[in-house]
Design a protein around this ligand. Sequence first.
Ligand code: ZN
Length: 161
Amino acid sequence: MSEAQENKRVEDNKVISMDYELTVDGEVVDSSKESGPIDFLQGHGNIIPGLESEIYGMEVDETREITVAAKDAYGEMDPARLIDIPKSEFPPEIELKPGLELQLRDRNGEILYARVDTIGEESVKLDFNHPLAGKDLHFKVTIVGIRDATDEEMAHGHAHG
Ligand code: ZN
């Protein structure tokens, strides 16, 4: 095997370029089709752990279908992150409906993302869980490039574009 070929398997400290398609509940929710492949430094937690652990040994042009359980992806649904907010706290111009995505600011000015879960008489239940919490993720991934990381990338722990 030539040196060039030995370099072409997914292993730690390589920069991997990967196309992906993410299906959740039978629906494609994300893909690299338009944005182009993602680059990441393998073995440094740049991508979700359940996906990173399943691509070791893959070669360029290889495609694999990988299912990542919720607990290895964005975690289980946390009921403590469903919070009732009085309707009076919402500006009147917002048309509240289930599924509506909102950006809020906490006391420290940090931006929080939430979705309207249900609307009651006096209050609105907001869901602060990650949209993919509690979901199993079905990935179809294709490795499109593998290269050595630069010293700078190794020092930073991520890939540079
Ligand atoms: Zn950097």
